[in-house]
Design a protein around this ligand. Sequence first.
Ligand SMILES: Cc1ncc(COP(=O)(O)O)c(C=O)c1O
Length: 407
Amino acid sequence: MNLQEAQALDAAHLFQNYKRAPLLVTGGRGCTLFGEGGRTWLDFVSGIGVNALGHGDDRVVSILREAAGSVLHTSNLYHHPYAAPAAERLKRLSGLDRVFFANSGTEVVEAAIKLARARAKKRGEGERVEVLAFEGSFHGRTLGALSATSTEKYRAPFEPLVPGFRFLPFNDEGAIASAVGPRTAAVILECVQGEGGLASARPTFTRAVREACDRTGAAMIADEIQCGLGRTGRPFAYQKHGVLPDLVPVAKPLGLGLPLGALLAREPWAAAFAPGDHGTTFGGNPLACRLAIEFLDRLLGGLAEVVGETGAYFHTRLEALAASTPGVLEVRGEGLMLGLALAFDAGPVVDRALEEGFLVNRTAGTVLRFLPPFVVGRGEIDRLVEFLAAAIPACTPTEVAGTLSRA
Ligand SMILES: Cc1ncc(COP(=O)(O)O)c(C=O)c1O
């Protein structure tokens, strides 16, 4: 199949809810993806933060080979040997007490919201139903998770959404104390807003959320689906802030490309789901959990520290680029979750990158986002930065360039 055939089949048979780039992926190795005619792309997207070990990792390949002849799925009616050991590793990394597995990020956000409301009901606090989220947030696309997502264009077609959700300004400590009260079931935040332009929460803000939740009995939910599991150079982004949330949804790299999400919880919250209260057919299946064990063992073995070191190098290179490139407003993000805020729509740079052999993407319209595999090398970062140094000036619209040179 070539690209034209793939595009024609897509147009004929699939829902047209994605605007796919003109790239047919045929293979990959390390941080490089292969396409038709021997073309290659350096992958700074990693399947939106999923392929933490890059492509074709030898250990992952051998686990998959070994698992292929065994049981791939059991359902949650029975035990299998991989879910609890994966959960035990998540507990060690996070400091939380129990784990529920599902299949995606959205699903574990959904589980967190349900759990917060269920606990309140079980404690006789029927009024405690409100969920507070923040401007710039993204928590997923199911009705509950979407209700906590602020982007108007994602919400509008599906309204009315779930009642009881409210948005506060991000990084506004003052707004927290007055908004969180006895009706608040949960406050949900991202320590680094992935889809919202890579804004980082201030530690004072995260601590204000923790204090307000402690004071009122609301659940603090830290959505670590994009910023967690090593991405920011620590096992969890909240660890930089010196807080322990009550509920932590994770997903993306956990199954190393197989769909797997997990909700991590402190014991009193986890206890609110009794048998039958919540569940899933596929969640935590043996194959995905085998891969999670491999990934979590790498994190426990120091992979997050590697991300921290490589991320610091990448950050320094981007800072130098920003200082010498008028169209760049600032560098954002942490670890290997980095972005360049541009003074103009980042789309043309993304398109040019694709033409020149780099995969990057755009978030919040004007921010170029980089989510490379954790194993990305400094030489690969250098190649990307060199490309950006030429591409950003070339893509800066004339009218924007005029205002920048006058500034
Ligand atoms: C912070 C955050 N929460 C939730 C989600 C939804 O996860 P999924 O797409 O796996 O359902 C995402 C996905 O990008 C995310 O970045």
